[in-house]
Design a protein around this ligand. Structure first.
Ligand code: AMP
Length: 190
């Protein structure tokens, strides 16, 4: 199984690149942000809980997020592999993911980290706000909060996978195709 964590700050291009990787490698795409947004749209209890955190640029608590991710993985017993987009975002989530996948004899294959400078991220998110309809993209203060939360809580997850020899940084500046090529080249042979 090929289990890829696509990592990087908000606005790095994880969603866009996931679409390419899914098509090229036949993987199931799991984006925790997308799953939360679909729960908000459907007015579920989980959506109501997540919304207050998301609108402020904060992380949804680990317990809820991990349980949700686990049930999504279990919905795809036939998957050739997964691309995890926006998860794990804390060290506790990384530990839970490792345990979950190791139990299923299909450990994380690699973490690919899209690297984009902070000023570029802010520009991209404000541009995306014009079409995404996402309230968390439209407000510069919320964007800053998301970047600060990423630096404080999410960036350390990179060393968790670097310590396992599974981390590769990828330049996230260029055309969509150029970046997709760099990512594909960084995937270990399956
Ligand atoms: P994203 O679509 O990945 O940019 O995520 C949007 C928002 O959803 C984040 O700012 C968080 O509030 C929430 N979220 C998404 N994934 C996670 C996660 N793994 N852990 C906690 N909160 C998350």
């Amino acid at each position: 199984m090929l289990n890829i964590i696509l990592f990087g700050p908000p606005g790095a291009g994880k969603g866009t690149q996931s679409a390419y990787l899914v098509e090229r490698h036949g993987l199931v795409h799991l984006s925790t942000g997308d799953i939360f947004r679909s729960n908000i749209k459907d007015g579920t209890e989980l959506g109501q809980l997540a919304q207050s955190y998301m609108n402020q640029g904060q992380l949804v608590p680990d317990g809820v997020t991990i349980r949700m991710l686990e049930s999504e993985v279990d919905k795809h017993p036939e998957a050739k592999g997964f691309i995890f987009d926006g998860f794990p975002r804390t060290t506790a989530q990384a530990e839970a993911l490792d345990e979950l996948l190791n139990d299923r004899k299909a450990p994380v294959s690699c973490m690919l980290a899209l690297e984009v400078a902070e000023e570029e991220l802010k520009l991209r998110l404000l541009t995306r706000a014009k079409t995404s309809g996402r309230p968390d993209d439209a407000d510069p203060a919320v964007i800053q909060k998301r970047i600060d939360v990423y630096n404080a809580e999410t960036a350390p997850v990179a060393s968790h996978y670097a310590d396992q020899g599974k981390f590769t940084g990828v330049d996230g500046i260029g055309t969509i195709e150029e970046i997709a090529e760099r990512l594909s080249a960084a995937i270990p042979n399956d």
